[in-house]
Design a protein around this ligand. Structure first.
Ligand code: SAH
Length: 496
C-alpha cells in the first residue's frame, strides 16, 4: 500500500485568491480534504471530483469534532495511504492548532508538510485599508488571542499597554468589553483608534472604527460578531487613504445567481471582481437527452444547408457528439452556421467555428427576419436545441423550408440548495434571472409562503421574455438588461 501523507495548508483569510500557489497545487491533488469553518468553501471546488470532504468546523458554541478527534482522523486517513489536505483558515500555525496536529503526525510516524498561509492578522487588516506597521507610527505589531483558555484566565494588560506597536486580537469578540476596559485601566489612551473587521477579505467584509473608549458600545449597536479582528493603534486611521477593497462598485452587495451550476461560473467571477458577494442558487440542471437522432443527422450532415445553434449547452452537446463520432469541425463544411446569442457565438469559436449568421439580439423573431429571405423551399435546416425552446422559429421556418428539430437536452428544476438559501433571504440585494425557466423554477422552489421575504430584493432580468415571466408571478422587474447577456445584467446592476 502507498504511504499516505498529510499537508497542513493555510487557506488564507477568505478571498480565494489569497491561498498560495503551492497550497492550491496540493489541494488539487488531495484524496481527502479536512477543512474548517473559516475556509472559504469556494476553494473546495478546485478538488478532484472523487475527493472526500470532511467538515470539522467549530461553530462558536458548538464543537463538531474535538481537536483530539481531528488529529486521529488525519492519522487514520494517512494510514489508508491517502493524500490528506488539512485546510485551515489563515496560517496553520497562527492560533490554528497546526502545531498540535503536526506533533500527532510526528508521533505516528506520518510524513507531513506545512504550507504557510496569509494570516487574517495581517491580510485581513490590509483589505480593510490598515497597514499593520507604518514608519514612525507603528514599528512593531503584536497578535494576541482574545479567547483565554482555562489555565490563563486573565490578560496581562500591564505588559500589553507598554507595547507601542499595533495590537491585533483574534477570537476576541466575546471579550471585547473586557479587553478595551482592561487596556484603558492600565493606561492605554482612550482616544486610540480601533477597528473591528468582520469576515475580512471576503465580499461580505464589514468594518467599523471608533476610539478605544467607545468601540464596545458601537460594536454592540452595529451587531458585530465573530469572526472578527480587533485592531488597536494609530495605523487604523490610514484606512481613509488606503482602503481599496470596500471601494469596489458592488462591495457588500449580495447577489443571487439562479443559472445552472454548469453555466454560472463566468457570472460569479465577474460579480466577485466587482466586489459583490455572489450567492449561488442554481434553479436549473441541464440533462442530456437520448441522442440517436442527433447521431443520424450528423451522419447525414451534408443535406443541411443551415445548422442553427441557440445556446452554449446546445453547442457543447452537438460538438461533443460530433467528436465522439470521429469527425471534427470540417465535417460541417457544407452548412451555414447560425448562432443565436453572444455566448453561443463565443462557444462556437472554442470549437473552431466562426458563425455565418448572427442576429443582433436573442429574439427568435429577429432570427426569422434574417433567414426568411435567404432560405429556399428545398433547404434543410438542422436545429439541435433544448426541449424547452420556443416553437416560433420552427413553425415559421417550416412554412418556407424543412426544419429538423432535435431535442438534445432539457432543463429540470434543481432544488438542492433551497433551505440554506431561504434562511438568508432577508440579506439579499439583487436576484438575477437569465431565462423564464429560471424564474419559474425559482418561485416553485421557494414556495408561496416565502415570497413575502423577497420584498427587499431587486429583481434583475436578462430580457423581455424573462421580465414577463417575473411579472406573471406578481413581482416588479427592478431593471432589465439592455443587452441580453450576462454583461448586460451586470451593467444593469451597476447603473441602477
Ligand atoms: N489561523 C487563523 C486564525 C484562526 S483563529 C489565521 O491565521 O488567520 C480564528 C480567529 O481568527 C477568528 O475568531 C477571527 O478573530 C480571526 N479570523 C480568521 N479569519 C478571519 C476573517 N476572514 N475575518 C475576520 N477575522 C478572522
Amino acid at each position: 500500500m502507498n504511504k499516505g501523507k498529510v499537508y497542513l495548508i493555510g487557506a488564507g483569510p477568505g478571498d480565494i485568491g489569497l491561498i498560495t500557489v503551492k497550497g492550491m497545487e496540493k489541494l488539487k491533488e488531495a484524496d481527502v480534504i479536512v477543512y474548517d469553518r473559516l475556509v472559504n468553501d469556494s476553494l473546495l471546488k478546485e478538488s478532484k471530483t472523487e475527493c472526500e470532504m470532511i467538515y470539522v468546523g467549530k461553530k462558536p458554541n458548538h464543537h463538531t469534532l474535538k481537536q483530539g478527534e481531528i488529529n486521529k482522523l488525519l492519522v487514520e486517513k494517512a494510514k489508508e495511504g491517502k493524500t490528506v489536505v488539512r485546510l485551515k483558515g489563515g496560517d496553520p500555525y497562527v492560533f490554528g492548532r497546526g502545531g498540535e496536529e503536526g506533533e500527532e503526525l510526528y508521533k505516528n510516524n506520518i510524513e507531513f508538510e506545512v504550507v504557510p498561509g496569509i494570516t487574517s492578522a495581517i491580510g485581513g487588516l490590509c483589505y480593510a485599508g490598515i497597514p499593520i506597521t507604518q514608519r514612525n507610527v507603528a514599528t512593531s505589531f503584536h497578535v494576541f488571542t482574545g479567547h483565554l483558555s482555562d489555565d490563563e484566565k486573565e490578560f496581562d494588560f500591564e505588559s500589553i499597554v507598554k507595547l507601542n506597536g499595533t495590537l491585533v486580537f483574534l477570537m476576541g469578540m466575546k471579550n471585547l468589553e473586557k479587553i478595551t476596559k482592561g487596556l484603558m485601566e492600565y493606561g492605554k489612551n482612550p482616544d486610540t483608534p480601533v477597528a473591528i473587521i468582520n469576515w475580512a477579505t471576503r465580499n461580505n467584509q464589514k468594518v467599523i472604527t471608533e476610539r478605544l473608549n467607545k468601540i464596545y458600545d458601537y460594536a454592540v449597536e452595529k451587531n458585530m460578531s465573530s469572526p472578527s479582528l480587533i485592531v488597536i493603534g494609530d495605523v487604523v486611521d490610514y484606512r481613509e487613504k488606503l482602503s481599496f477593497f470596500e471601494k469596489k462598485p458592488l462591495h457588500g452587495k449580495n447577489i443571487v445567481v439562479t443559472r445552472s451550476r454548469a453555466q454560472n461560473s463566468s457570472m460569479i467571477k465577474k460579480l466577485r471582481e466587482l466586489g459583490a458577494n455572489p450567492i449561488e442558487f442554481p434553479t436549473i440542471k441541464i440533462e442530456k437527452l437520448e441522442n440517436t437522432k442527433l447521431i443520424n443527422e450528423i451522419k447525414n450532415i451534408d443535406k443541411y444547408n443551415y445548422i442553427i445553434l441557440t445556446s452554449e449547452n446546445g453547442v457543447e452537446i452537438f460538438f461533443k457528439e460530433l467528436y465522439k463520432m470521429g469527425y471534427d469541425s470540417r465535417w460541417l463544411k457544407n452548412s451555414k452556421i447560425v448562432s443565436i446569442g453572444k455566448s453561443t457565438t463565443e462557444k462556437l469559436k472554442q470549437f473552431g467555428i466562426i458563425a455565418d449568421i448572427m442576429p443582433k439580439t436573442y429574439k427568435q423573431e429577429e432570427l426569422y427576419g434574417l433567414l426568411k429571405d435567404k432560405v429556399k423551399k428545398d433547404d434543410n435546416i438542422l436545429l439541435p436545441r433544448s426541449a424547452k425552446g420556443r416553437k416560433f422559429i420552427v413553425e415559421k421556418l417550416n412554412q418556407i423550408s424543412n426544419v429538423c428539430e432535435i431535442h438534445t437536452y432539457t432543463t429540470v428544476i434543481d432544488d438542492s440548495k433551497s433551505d440554506e438559501f431561504i434562511d438568508n433571504f432577508k440579506d439579499v440585494d439583487y436576484i438575477t434571472f437569465t431565462s423564464s425557466s429560471t424564474v419559474e423554477n425559482f418561485f416553485e422552489i421557494i414556495g408561496k409562503e416565502n415570497k413575502k421575504l423577497l420584498s427587499n430584493a431587486k429583481l434583475i432580468s436578462i430580457g423581455p421574455v424573462t421580465s414577463s415571466a417575473i411579472e406573471e408571478f406578481g413581482f416588479k422587474v427592478f431593471s432589465q438588461a439592455k443587452e441580453y447577456t450576462i454583461d448586460g445584467i451586470i451593467s444593469s446592476i451597476l447603473n441602477n
